[in-house]
Design a protein around this ligand. Sequence first.
Ligand SMILES: NC(=O)c1ccc[n+]([C@@H]2O[C@H](COP(=O)([O-])OP(=O)(O)OC[C@H]3O[C@@H](n4cnc5c(N)ncnc54)[C@H](O)[C@@H]3O)[C@@H](O)[C@H]2O)c1
Length: 319
Amino acid sequence: MKILITGCAGFIGFHLSKRLCEMKHKVYGIDNLNDYYDIKIKKDRLNILRSNKLFSFKKVDLNNKKNLEKLFRNRKFDFIVNLAAQAGVRYSIQFPQKYFDSNIVGFFNLIELARKYKIKKIISASTSSIYGKNKKMPFKENERVDNIIQFYAASKRSNEIFGDVYSKIYDMNFIFLRFFTVYGPWGRPDMSLASFVTNIIKGKKINVFNYGNHQRDFTYIDDIIDGVIKASQKKIKNKFEIYNLGNGKRITLMQYIKIIEKKLGIKAKINYKILQKGDVKATLSSITKSKRELKYKPKINIQEGIDNYIKWFKKYYKI
Ligand SMILES: NC(=O)c1ccc[n+]([C@@H]2O[C@H](COP(=O)([O-])OP(=O)(O)OC[C@H]3O[C@@H](n4cnc5c(N)ncnc54)[C@H](O)[C@@H]3O)[C@@H](O)[C@H]2O)c1
């Protein structure tokens, strides 16, 4: 198959591109290689991908519709996986414009081209942040999401709504995957696991918001990739679907830190902080629908996942 993956130099895009090439699909990856976090890791991920002949890369910004269209002209993609986005919750409070440009205008450009070039299937990354201040746990795909508390989640929810409408008007199929805090080797340096591990190793204090009372459903990268692939293989029944991809278990921030301390053999120095604006207090996925319809089955528990991450981290950063 010919597959277009946006955001292929990113954490999830890298793992997905690699897996699809190993499955002998032809992957066309695009990314604007922005400097939201250290660009070296994006380039290192790309170098690994480039070693597979089935992978090809173009530096393209979703905002540049003209350049984006060049990709569509001579190829018929079997499907698109859209992972390019301005990610991050706290950053969206400072820089909403970046989220508007990449996540809303960029997304619109992509689905417009998909419509023009008759690409029928689009899988797009959504987020657990959409559940915002919803109280009832676990979060289910069919519940109302009227409690969004940051622009990042607002931009992702707007994508889901655009997709729903496009699927009703045009002959197009959309699957939105709501990822729950993804972690693992090659993970994003701006996320808590990377900053905790870095600071604990350096003997620096770590900032722990909401006094450590946050709860998260952490999902290991390989489980997420399995879920995305299963979504891509799913026979279309409904033209618009949303699936949670989580681990289906939650732990507190303090339990999480304890696991990291144990694996590193170093005690963390903690700077307790109040709850930050935009931070969701707790997440927990219901994966009943994903299990039933996608046969999604997360396998990696948090101890094993953090262990794998720390092994990769020490090797990559030569510690
Ligand atoms: N990692 C998580 O825990 C998590 C959780 C929920 C949702 N998501 C979503 O999953 C997707 C992938 O996340 P990730 O963790 O791999 O993030 P990432 O930042 O590592 O990857 C995103 C990639 O997209 C690229 N990009 C950004 N804007 C672009 C644009 N306008 N044009 C082209 N490329 C652009 C970036 O350079 C980056 O390489 C994102 O949509 C993110 O919002 C991630």
